[in-house]
Design a protein around this ligand. Structure first.
Ligand code: IYR
Length: 331
């Protein structure tokens, strides 16, 4: 796979394609980042962006993981001490998941976001940005209508992080796109250059196929799940035998989350997948790419129950090292 393909595979959006193409010309040693509000346990949402970071490392890029402790504090996620403790656990799980240690730098937001120069730049952006503009940028990260002042400062800081971490590329889920658009607009106003951004898709809720999978609502899979819990969750997932299911009775659009997990979580990490089946049901099936598996589900060659069983096995393999690490840390 060439560098451009590695950078963009499974990305829902690149901003802009031209800038990403330039970066793909010479990715060696260039710096990409994702920021995470620390939480103790990694779940599939974190792992989707981590997969992209692994792609970028394969293309030769260095990766910065911002442990966004100040952002988590602004978003009311606990005391500073609590947030830092969960950040340390997060770090260990990322490495266990397969990020390359030599190409990964972990940085706490508080290491640079409280410096005088950063804070003065932040105040400049506060002067230059309307409340409405900042609030719009935050809408998908913090949906609450009664936003606090902290929620307006948050996207402006995320904007400055791109400059202060000396990055060549910002990565995030599609829910970060409005902040990255704000950054593209605001960084030149304080005489900093614009960097490209790349957004990963948001996977649909596991049980309904509607909306987005998240840890706050509905079911997600995390490093805390035992093999049995994981199997149970996957077995109860919505999986019609098609990649384009119909909307539900109320007209809410649906996706096939089982296929999405194959596409965004499993295929990027395994060269070949084996669906184990008894001889009387046709014997084992082997897949090297997502499209063939999705076609087989649609044609009836692959039964949803077999697809789910296989999905659970591979997801379990992916989270096993992180689960082990978490047990070690917690003792
Ligand atoms: N807004 C992210 C956390 C975050 C991301 C980046 I990239 C930053 O520079 C700072 C914070 C979230 O929703 O988790």
């Amino acid at each position: 796979m060439d560098a451009y393909e590695l950078l963009t595979r499974n990305a829902e959006e690149v901003v802009t394609d031209e800038e990403i193409r330039d970066l793909a010309e010479d990715p060696e040693g260039k710096r990409a980042y994702v920021g995470y509000e620390p939480s103790g346990v990694l779940h599939l949402g974190h792992l989707l962006t981590a997969n992209k970071l692994i792609d970028l490392q394969e293309a030769g890029m260095d990766v910065v993981i911002l442990l966004a402790d100040v952002h988590a504090y602004l978003n009311d996620k606990g005391t500073f001490d609590e947030i830092r403790e969960t950040a340390e656990q997060m770090k260990a799980q990322f490495l266990a998941y397969g990020l390359d240690e030599a190409q990964t730098e972990f940085v706490y937001g508080s290491e640079f976001q409280l410096d005088e120069e950063y804070v003065l730049d932040l105040h400049t952006l506060e002067v230059d940005t309307t409340m409405n503009r900042a609030q719009r940028a935050m809408a998908e990260i913090q949906g609450d209508e009664t936003a606090k002042v902290s929620h307006l400062v948050y996207p402006l800081m995320q904007t400055l992080d791109i400059e202060y971490l000396d990055l060549d590329l910002a990565v995030g889920g599609l829910d970060q796109r409005k902040v990255h658009m704000l950054a593209r607009e605001k960084l030149p106003e304080v005489d900093y250059v614009v960097r490209p951004a790349l957004h990963t898709p948001i996977v649909a809720d596991l049980t309904s196929g509607e909306g987005k999978m998240s840890s706050s609502e509905g079911v997600t899979i995390s490093m805390e799940d035992s093999t049995e819990e994981l199997e149970e969750k996957v077995n109860s997932a919505y999986c019609p035998p098609t990649r384009d299911p119909e909307a539900d009775d109320e007209g809410n659009e649906r996706e096939n989350p089982v296929l999405e997990l194959f596409e965004y979580h499993v295929f990027p990490r395994f060269d070949e997948l084996v669906v184990e089946r008894p001889e009387k049901y046709g014997g084992d099936l082997t897949y090297e790419d997502y499209e063939t598996l999705a076609d087989d589900l649609e044609s009836g060659e692959l039964h949803p129950a077999d697809a789910k069983g296989t999905l659970a096995t591979y997801l379990d393999e992916l989270i096993a090292p992180g689960r082990e690490k978490l047990r070690e840390i917690r003792g």
